[in-house]
Design a protein. Sequence first.
Length: 267
Amino acid sequence: MFSLEMSDATWAALLALRQGTGEVVAGEPAGRLYGPIAGAAGRFVLAQVGQSLDGRVATPAGDARDISGEQGLAHLHRCRALVDAVIVGVGTVKADDPSLSVRMVKGLSPVRVVIDCHGTLEGHESLLNDGGAPVIVFRSTRAAAAALPNAEIVCLEPKEGGLDPRDILDALFERNLRRVLVEGGARTMARFIDAGLVDRLHVAISPIIIGSGPSGICLPPIERLAGAHRPVTDVYDLGSDILFDCALRPREASAGKGEEIAVANEA
């Protein structure tokens, strides 16, 4: 297990690396963890989930605000600061009303992306009115063409079950948004993972037991453990939380199946 300590100098080096103007000192746990994000060339997708010891991300009533500890939240904000765009499903916006900012660390907030397949955002949501980073909303071409304040609306042809995550990444890439963080919710994250599009998965576990409620990742069921994901993993002690940094690799079996994976508007 690596003990993560983040100095101002190391964080400044990571931000410089993100801009293509610096290098991270080799051997530091912070460089090992964040360097692949900051220094990624071409398309890079990170998925991040913060959950309890029993794998819950909220209570049955939807309360999710205090699951991650202070260092777990700081880690999430660092991840946001090192990517170009952060993706959430519309369900996450409606349940949590997030700002998706980097207020806990130095750096620039990423472009905020909401998958709203059926066009259910109403326009009063905080991220549409807080004057923060730009917002892109992805909708189905079959959704009502209602305008939203302070947002670019991108309409995609839906596949079976919703919007195809590859189409979403392609649209972001066209806008020079190459490094992407998929932050929630569980079904949105699962579709990117199951399509073989996620390079790294971060699972931050906080020492809290909720007992019931939604889980962090909802992948399709498997019959045998031989079909489970077994990524190469590093473990980090963040202080308040324990982080599993999982290097995911596209499975050969999903190479053709990925074209059929879709993102619905649940989060």
